[in-house]
Design a protein around this ligand. Sequence first.
Ligand SMILES: Cc1cc2nc3c(=O)[nH]c(=O)nc-3n(C[C@H](O)[C@H](O)[C@H](O)COP(=O)(O)O)c2cc1C
Length: 448
Amino acid sequence: MTEQMRLNLFTMNAVEHVSVGSWRLPGDQSYRYYDREYWTDVARTAERGGFDAVFFADVRGIYDVYGDSRDPAIENAVQTPSNDPAYVVPAMADATDNLGFAITKSTSYNHPYQLAREFSTLDHVTDGRVAFNVVTSYLESAAANLGYDDRMDHDERYDRADEFMDVCYALWEDSWSDDAVVRDRDAGVYTDPGEVTAVDHDGEYFDVPGPHSAEPSPQRTPVIYQAGSSDRGREFAAANAEAVFVSQPSADAVRDYIADLRERAGDHGRDPDSLAFFPGIVPIVGETEAVAQAKYDAYTDHIDTEGVLALLSGFVDVDLSELDPDQRLEHIETEAIQGVVNAFTANDDRDWTVQEVAEFAGLGTTSPVVVGTPEQVADEFAYWFEDVGVDGFNVKEVARPDSLEDFVDLVVPELRERGLLRESYTGGTLRETTFGRRRLPDDHPGRR
Ligand SMILES: Cc1cc2nc3c(=O)[nH]c(=O)nc-3n(C[C@H](O)[C@H](O)[C@H](O)COP(=O)(O)O)c2cc1C
């Protein structure tokens, strides 16, 4: 556990991310997702609050599982329309000095040679402040648009992801030595060819001779984020992730998940303590309990149940319109996101009906919702950090940008007062900000 908690803002370059219906709140500005100034303001606010990073979720495809139709998702702006997060990051980096940016990209629908170059570029222009949230993508509708007859099977997507990362690591870490660029004007040598090597990757999914086309960036490999919760997903996270996005139904389940991931990381020859764990959380804060409760009531009034079910149907790849709203949700093995299913079916403390899930998931989907005064919200953060043993949080918004501004204005001072959150940054790359190291550790497969 780190000495002070880490905070990420969990958001999306879209109208609706995980609080479906919130765009209808009076004054909500999520419609400005396409506006550069919206994002530079978000970046400044997050940096004022001592956040490590703005974490951009992203998705390929449209949520068309619910009712076998895309219309509910389109009508309710369920993660559509959305823009590519990578392109707003340089503007946000320019508006800040220390804030990092985690960008979600899919290993199923990108090519590692191309993606490695994109992240090298981003790492250069942000002075080493990017992270790569590695996802394998779950919507069938993405496959059809990207030249595939079917979505790859769940475990095969991870096999491809393993090889994808091997190629990226080789390009980022091994292809150019630190001394490759000499920029010797007199000799007329910009780069020493002897210091640039091929990667010669010849695999099942990719053949990439290399070398990498970008020179080494400050972090070389961006900070690696992952959120696998199935057995195969955990293996992938244990091998690759530096930071893990936890989605588990209870504090005990989070503890078990962290212990399991650390043990698996050890089996991969990694220092189990080098991984950091971030659950999602939805803080709703007011100066008084009554104010906080009034915000909560307004937020829940705006939940769009149909839109929530459209989102969840895509997450779990089950058409929830076919189930009776009072039906108890049972465990299923899904080809989509196992973690979302588990959040509602693997909880010993309670059973969830479809209707209850739709109502609860309207604010942040699977994460705990904390309503109260700054002290009460800080207590909850302190509990998860100190008693459960998480390293930080992915703070989920409801109203945009009010949720972030409320949190930074009200809860951040309380956390700082308690010594739980940084007062200022130490400077450097995102990996230095979060982990105190500039490069991947020596025991990470990317270095080995
Ligand atoms: C909290 C959480 C957030 C996620 N965010 C994204 C995302 O932004 N984009 C995406 O394509 N997948 C996302 N995923 C999917 C995971 O990265 C992973 O591919 C998926 O959970 C399937 O693996 P699993 O069955 O091992 O959980 C998310 C999953 C969880 C649990």
